[in-house]
Ligand binder design. Structure first.
Ligand SMILES: [Zn+2]
Length: 276
Protein backbone atom coordinates (compact mmCIF):
# COMPACT_ATOMS: atom_id res chain seq x y z
CA UNK A 1 0.00 0.00 0.00
CA UNK A 2 1.06 3.59 -0.64
CA UNK A 3 1.35 5.71 2.45
CA UNK A 4 0.22 9.28 1.90
CA UNK A 5 1.47 12.01 4.20
CA UNK A 6 -0.92 14.96 4.38
CA UNK A 7 -0.91 18.43 5.90
CA UNK A 8 -2.46 21.85 5.42
CA UNK A 9 -1.28 25.41 6.04
CA UNK A 10 -3.72 28.30 6.15
CA UNK A 11 -2.39 31.79 5.42
CA UNK A 12 -3.31 35.12 3.81
CA UNK A 13 -2.05 38.16 1.88
CA UNK A 14 -4.14 41.36 1.86
CA UNK A 15 -7.77 40.25 1.45
CA UNK A 16 -6.89 36.83 0.01
CA UNK A 17 -6.93 33.78 2.28
CA UNK A 18 -5.77 30.34 1.25
CA UNK A 19 -5.29 26.75 2.23
CA UNK A 20 -2.12 25.05 1.03
CA UNK A 21 -2.68 21.32 1.05
CA UNK A 22 0.39 19.11 0.88
CA UNK A 23 0.65 15.45 -0.09
CA UNK A 24 3.76 13.31 -0.16
CA UNK A 25 3.90 9.77 -1.43
CA UNK A 26 7.03 7.68 -2.12
CA UNK A 27 9.25 10.75 -2.05
CA UNK A 28 7.06 12.79 -4.41
CA UNK A 29 5.73 15.88 -2.59
CA UNK A 30 3.21 18.30 -4.07
CA UNK A 31 1.25 21.31 -2.87
CA UNK A 32 -2.13 22.48 -4.08
CA UNK A 33 -3.91 25.69 -3.12
CA UNK A 34 -7.50 26.83 -2.69
CA UNK A 35 -8.01 30.62 -2.49
CA UNK A 36 -10.78 32.66 -0.90
CA UNK A 37 -11.50 36.36 -1.40
CA UNK A 38 -14.65 38.46 -1.08
CA UNK A 39 -17.01 35.47 -0.81
CA UNK A 40 -15.43 33.75 -3.79
CA UNK A 41 -13.60 30.43 -3.51
CA UNK A 42 -11.15 29.85 -6.38
CA UNK A 43 -10.42 26.14 -6.83
CA UNK A 44 -11.01 23.62 -4.07
CA UNK A 45 -7.96 21.36 -3.79
CA UNK A 46 -7.93 17.58 -4.04
CA UNK A 47 -10.21 14.98 -2.45
CA UNK A 48 -7.12 13.19 -1.07
CA UNK A 49 -6.93 16.25 1.23
CA UNK A 50 -10.68 16.56 1.79
CA UNK A 51 -10.49 16.84 5.60
CA UNK A 52 -7.64 19.33 5.43
CA UNK A 53 -9.49 21.55 2.95
CA UNK A 54 -12.83 21.20 4.76
CA UNK A 55 -11.28 22.80 7.84
CA UNK A 56 -10.57 25.83 5.61
CA UNK A 57 -14.01 25.83 3.92
CA UNK A 58 -15.62 25.85 7.38
CA UNK A 59 -13.68 28.99 8.34
CA UNK A 60 -14.71 31.14 5.38
CA UNK A 61 -18.12 32.32 4.15
CA UNK A 62 -18.28 30.79 0.67
CA UNK A 63 -20.88 32.50 -1.54
CA UNK A 64 -19.70 31.17 -4.90
CA UNK A 65 -17.02 28.94 -6.35
CA UNK A 66 -15.05 29.55 -9.56
CA UNK A 67 -12.81 26.86 -11.02
CA UNK A 68 -9.80 27.44 -13.27
CA UNK A 69 -10.28 23.94 -14.73
CA UNK A 70 -11.74 20.55 -13.87
CA UNK A 71 -8.60 18.61 -12.85
CA UNK A 72 -8.94 16.53 -9.70
CA UNK A 73 -6.48 18.65 -7.70
CA UNK A 74 -8.61 21.77 -8.31
CA UNK A 75 -12.14 20.39 -8.40
CA UNK A 76 -11.73 17.42 -6.03
CA UNK A 77 -13.79 18.96 -3.20
CA UNK A 78 -16.50 20.69 -5.22
CA UNK A 79 -18.96 17.81 -4.70
CA UNK A 80 -18.52 18.14 -0.92
CA UNK A 81 -19.11 21.90 -1.09
CA UNK A 82 -22.20 21.34 -3.23
CA UNK A 83 -23.56 18.90 -0.63
CA UNK A 84 -22.89 21.26 2.29
CA UNK A 85 -23.37 24.76 0.86
CA UNK A 86 -26.11 26.12 -1.40
CA UNK A 87 -23.81 28.15 -3.65
CA UNK A 88 -23.26 28.39 -7.41
CA UNK A 89 -20.23 26.62 -8.90
CA UNK A 90 -18.77 28.17 -12.05
CA UNK A 91 -16.42 26.76 -14.68
CA UNK A 92 -15.65 27.22 -18.41
CA UNK A 93 -18.76 26.32 -20.42
CA UNK A 94 -16.89 23.53 -22.22
CA UNK A 95 -16.10 21.81 -18.90
CA UNK A 96 -19.68 21.75 -17.55
CA UNK A 97 -20.56 18.35 -19.08
CA UNK A 98 -17.32 16.71 -17.99
CA UNK A 99 -17.96 17.77 -14.38
CA UNK A 100 -21.37 16.06 -14.38
CA UNK A 101 -19.61 12.66 -14.25
CA UNK A 102 -17.03 11.27 -11.83
CA UNK A 103 -13.45 11.47 -13.07
CA UNK A 104 -11.81 8.38 -14.53
CA UNK A 105 -8.17 8.72 -13.55
CA UNK A 106 -5.04 6.63 -13.86
CA UNK A 107 -3.84 5.07 -10.60
CA UNK A 108 -0.94 7.44 -9.86
CA UNK A 109 -3.29 10.44 -9.97
CA UNK A 110 -5.90 8.67 -7.83
CA UNK A 111 -3.22 7.88 -5.25
CA UNK A 112 -1.84 11.42 -5.12
CA UNK A 113 -4.96 13.54 -5.52
CA UNK A 114 -7.94 11.21 -5.21
CA UNK A 115 -11.02 11.18 -7.45
CA UNK A 116 -12.90 14.21 -8.70
CA UNK A 117 -16.51 13.30 -7.87
CA UNK A 118 -19.31 14.61 -10.10
CA UNK A 119 -20.93 17.99 -9.47
CA UNK A 120 -23.27 20.42 -11.20
CA UNK A 121 -21.58 23.52 -12.58
CA UNK A 122 -22.75 26.66 -14.34
CA UNK A 123 -20.92 28.19 -17.32
CA UNK A 124 -18.88 31.34 -16.74
CA UNK A 125 -19.32 34.45 -18.86
CA UNK A 126 -16.66 37.10 -19.54
CA UNK A 127 -16.90 38.59 -16.07
CA UNK A 128 -17.72 37.56 -12.54
CA UNK A 129 -19.16 39.70 -9.75
CA UNK A 130 -18.30 39.63 -6.06
CA UNK A 131 -19.48 42.11 -3.40
CA UNK A 132 -16.46 44.40 -3.76
CA UNK A 133 -15.30 43.80 -7.31
CA UNK A 134 -15.86 42.93 -10.93
CA UNK A 135 -13.57 40.20 -12.19
CA UNK A 136 -12.33 39.41 -15.67
CA UNK A 137 -12.68 35.78 -16.63
CA UNK A 138 -9.68 35.25 -18.94
CA UNK A 139 -9.40 32.32 -21.32
CA UNK A 140 -5.87 30.98 -20.81
CA UNK A 141 -5.80 27.71 -22.77
CA UNK A 142 -2.71 25.51 -22.78
CA UNK A 143 -2.64 23.39 -19.63
CA UNK A 144 -6.16 22.38 -20.70
CA UNK A 145 -8.18 23.78 -23.62
CA UNK A 146 -10.74 25.23 -21.18
CA UNK A 147 -8.33 26.69 -18.60
CA UNK A 148 -9.31 30.08 -17.10
CA UNK A 149 -7.58 32.77 -15.06
CA UNK A 150 -9.39 35.29 -12.86
CA UNK A 151 -8.48 38.97 -12.49
CA UNK A 152 -9.85 41.17 -9.72
CA UNK A 153 -10.24 44.61 -11.31
CA UNK A 154 -10.51 46.34 -7.92
CA UNK A 155 -7.29 44.97 -6.36
CA UNK A 156 -5.28 43.78 -9.37
CA UNK A 157 -4.97 40.27 -7.92
CA UNK A 158 -4.45 37.65 -10.63
CA UNK A 159 -5.38 33.99 -10.07
CA UNK A 160 -3.63 31.83 -12.62
CA UNK A 161 -4.64 28.23 -11.81
CA UNK A 162 -2.09 25.98 -13.55
CA UNK A 163 -0.95 28.50 -16.17
CA UNK A 164 2.35 29.35 -14.45
CA UNK A 165 3.22 26.61 -11.87
CA UNK A 166 7.00 27.02 -12.47
CA UNK A 167 9.34 28.96 -14.73
CA UNK A 168 11.42 26.19 -16.29
CA UNK A 169 8.80 23.65 -17.27
CA UNK A 170 10.48 20.41 -18.32
CA UNK A 171 7.55 17.98 -18.43
CA UNK A 172 3.86 18.55 -19.16
CA UNK A 173 0.69 16.49 -19.11
CA UNK A 174 -0.26 14.93 -22.45
CA UNK A 175 -3.31 17.19 -22.79
CA UNK A 176 -1.22 20.36 -22.36
CA UNK A 177 -0.35 22.35 -25.49
CA UNK A 178 2.72 24.39 -24.57
CA UNK A 179 2.36 26.60 -27.67
CA UNK A 180 -1.03 27.69 -26.37
CA UNK A 181 0.38 28.08 -22.84
CA UNK A 182 3.01 30.46 -24.22
CA UNK A 183 0.45 32.66 -25.99
CA UNK A 184 -1.82 32.64 -22.90
CA UNK A 185 1.11 33.83 -20.75
CA UNK A 186 1.76 36.68 -23.21
CA UNK A 187 -1.92 37.56 -23.29
CA UNK A 188 -2.00 37.79 -19.48
CA UNK A 189 0.57 40.60 -19.55
CA UNK A 190 -2.09 42.87 -21.10
CA UNK A 191 -3.60 43.06 -17.61
CA UNK A 192 -2.26 45.38 -14.95
CA UNK A 193 -0.95 43.12 -12.16
CA UNK A 194 2.24 42.37 -10.23
CA UNK A 195 1.25 39.57 -7.86
CA UNK A 196 -0.15 36.21 -8.82
CA UNK A 197 -1.89 33.43 -6.93
CA UNK A 198 -0.77 30.14 -8.49
CA UNK A 199 -2.49 26.87 -7.54
CA UNK A 200 0.82 25.03 -7.03
CA UNK A 201 3.40 27.75 -6.27
CA UNK A 202 1.01 29.81 -4.11
CA UNK A 203 1.22 33.57 -3.65
CA UNK A 204 4.01 35.13 -5.74
CA UNK A 205 4.66 38.83 -5.01
CA UNK A 206 6.81 38.99 -8.15
CA UNK A 207 4.36 36.99 -10.25
CA UNK A 208 4.52 39.26 -13.28
CA UNK A 209 8.33 38.99 -13.39
CA UNK A 210 8.08 35.20 -13.02
CA UNK A 211 5.67 35.05 -15.96
CA UNK A 212 8.02 37.19 -18.07
CA UNK A 213 10.84 34.75 -17.15
CA UNK A 214 8.70 31.80 -18.15
CA UNK A 215 7.88 33.41 -21.51
CA UNK A 216 11.63 33.98 -22.11
CA UNK A 217 12.41 30.38 -21.13
CA UNK A 218 9.74 28.96 -23.45
CA UNK A 219 10.81 31.21 -26.34
CA UNK A 220 14.42 30.08 -25.94
CA UNK A 221 13.22 26.48 -25.84
CA UNK A 222 11.19 27.09 -28.99
CA UNK A 223 14.26 28.55 -30.74
CA UNK A 224 16.43 25.57 -29.75
CA UNK A 225 13.82 23.05 -30.88
CA UNK A 226 13.36 25.01 -34.12
CA UNK A 227 17.09 24.82 -34.91
CA UNK A 228 17.16 21.04 -34.54
CA UNK A 229 13.87 20.65 -36.40
CA UNK A 230 15.22 22.73 -39.31
CA UNK A 231 18.29 20.48 -39.38
CA UNK A 232 15.94 17.56 -39.93
CA UNK A 233 16.16 16.02 -36.43
CA UNK A 234 13.27 13.79 -35.32
CA UNK A 235 11.51 13.83 -31.93
CA UNK A 236 13.89 11.35 -30.23
CA UNK A 237 16.99 13.28 -31.34
CA UNK A 238 15.55 16.63 -30.26
CA UNK A 239 14.46 15.15 -26.94
CA UNK A 240 17.92 13.68 -26.21
CA UNK A 241 19.56 17.01 -26.95
CA UNK A 242 17.14 19.36 -25.14
CA UNK A 243 15.89 17.20 -22.26
CA UNK A 244 18.66 14.64 -21.64
CA UNK A 245 17.30 13.74 -18.19
CA UNK A 246 14.38 11.41 -17.72
CA UNK A 247 12.09 12.66 -14.95
CA UNK A 248 10.63 10.11 -12.47
CA UNK A 249 7.07 11.32 -13.15
CA UNK A 250 7.42 10.26 -16.80
CA UNK A 251 7.83 6.61 -15.83
CA UNK A 252 5.35 6.75 -12.91
CA UNK A 253 2.69 8.24 -15.18
CA UNK A 254 3.30 5.89 -18.11
CA UNK A 255 4.43 8.97 -20.10
CA UNK A 256 1.27 10.95 -19.39
CA UNK A 257 3.78 13.54 -18.08
CA UNK A 258 6.67 13.89 -20.52
CA UNK A 259 9.13 16.34 -22.07
CA UNK A 260 8.17 14.89 -25.45
CA UNK A 261 4.74 16.58 -25.27
CA UNK A 262 6.55 19.94 -25.21
CA UNK A 263 8.62 19.11 -28.28
CA UNK A 264 5.69 17.59 -30.17
CA UNK A 265 3.57 20.71 -29.67
CA UNK A 266 6.31 22.98 -31.00
CA UNK A 267 6.98 20.69 -33.99
CA UNK A 268 3.28 20.66 -34.86
CA UNK A 269 3.30 24.44 -34.61
CA UNK A 270 6.33 24.75 -36.94
CA UNK A 271 4.84 22.41 -39.52
CA UNK A 272 1.56 24.37 -39.50
CA UNK A 273 3.53 27.61 -39.93
CA UNK A 274 5.37 26.24 -42.96
CA UNK A 275 2.05 25.32 -44.62
CA UNK A 276 0.89 28.92 -44.50
ZN1 LIG B 1 -4.31 20.94 -13.82
Amino acid sequence: MFKLEKSVVIDRNDDVQWAQGKVAVQGIAMSVYSFYVDGLLIDTGSSSLSQEFQSFFNEVDIQQVALTHAHEDHAGNVAWIQQHRDVPIYIHREAVDECASDSNLPLYRKVLWGERPAFTAKPLGDTLQTKQATWDVIATPGHTTDHLSFYNRATGAMFTGDLYVQTKTKVVLDEENIVHTLSSLKNLLKYDFEQIYCCHAGFLANGRARIIEKIAYLEELEGNIRKLYDQGCVLEEISKSIFPREYPITKVSGEQWSSNHIITAFIQHFSKESLR
